[in-house]
Design a protein around this ligand. Sequence first.
Ligand SMILES: Nc1ncnc2c1ncn2[C@@H]1O[C@H](COP(=O)(O)OP(=O)(O)O)[C@@H](O)[C@H]1O
Ligand SMILES: [Mg+2]
Length: 285
Amino acid sequence: MFKSRSRQKSLPKRNPCGGVENPLLEMPMHHIIAVASGKGGVGKSAVASNIAVALAKEHGLKVGLLDADIYGPSQPFMMGDESYKPPLNENKKLVPAKCHGVSLMSIGFIADPDKALIWRGPMAQSAFYQMARDVQWAPEGEKLDVLVIDLPPGTGDVQLTMIKKLKLSGAVIVSTPQDIALIDARRAVAMFERMNVPVLGIIENMSMYVCPSCGHEEHIFGHGGARAEAQKLGIEFLGDIPLSKDMREKSDQGTPIVLAESKDVLAEKVKEIVERLQKILLSAV
Ligand SMILES: Nc1ncnc2c1ncn2[C@@H]1O[C@H](COP(=O)(O)OP(=O)(O)O)[C@@H](O)[C@H]1O
Ligand SMILES: [Mg+2]
């Protein structure tokens, strides 16, 4: 299922002094998956929080969520803990928040979001680096099963630092069916493939609007574009999520939709997507 990652499997390069050049960070988890999009506002953060919570609640996994969108962190809000101030443990590592059974770290907990917005280049890279490395993701000697990373949109500095520094199991691309979003999604796919990171699948978000009164389906941003694109690129299509008031309200309330009471149609749909993703991850072991 996965394409090989020759760069990461080969022996580390040595610099002239014998030291290892640009080594990957040792992270305390079995899998790291990045949730990415080419464009902002397509629901990447909403999808990332649902993936993390469903992997923890439905599949009993030990899960972390790293909000790496240093330009617009939204996970403290979407996971329902905006006031958390991470303390340092005895090893000077930040202790993540625990939200809905998921360990959460976000730049939003530690930096003034107005200042973070102007970070560029090295500052953005070092902020990401610290956020990934200097966190007590699991108790000493233990590992999380999965770390989900909610990336900023696009193919910039944070994405490149992450790909160079972390051993990713793969990336999930979120896109709306709209042409412009798909063009950007294609760029994101190309970036991961160029860097030998497997793309685990594409999710089409805001796929259609179902009128709650009459059941009429309105394809506001078009429909099926991401599925067709996935087919064209030979990438797994993980599923579509309709544009829904419930999805937005639950995110705003800090309770991802997958936490909804059983039999909620939308929650079931999102859980099925996460189940597909979880199976792909398992097949990678
Ligand atoms: N399927 C959906 N239906 C309705 N609203 C959604 C849906 N997915 C996301 N949203 C909302 O759209 C807004 C943008 O989503 P967000 O996850 O922040 O996007 P991104 O991280 O890609 O910038 C948020 O208010 C979110 O709650
Ligand atoms: Mg976001």
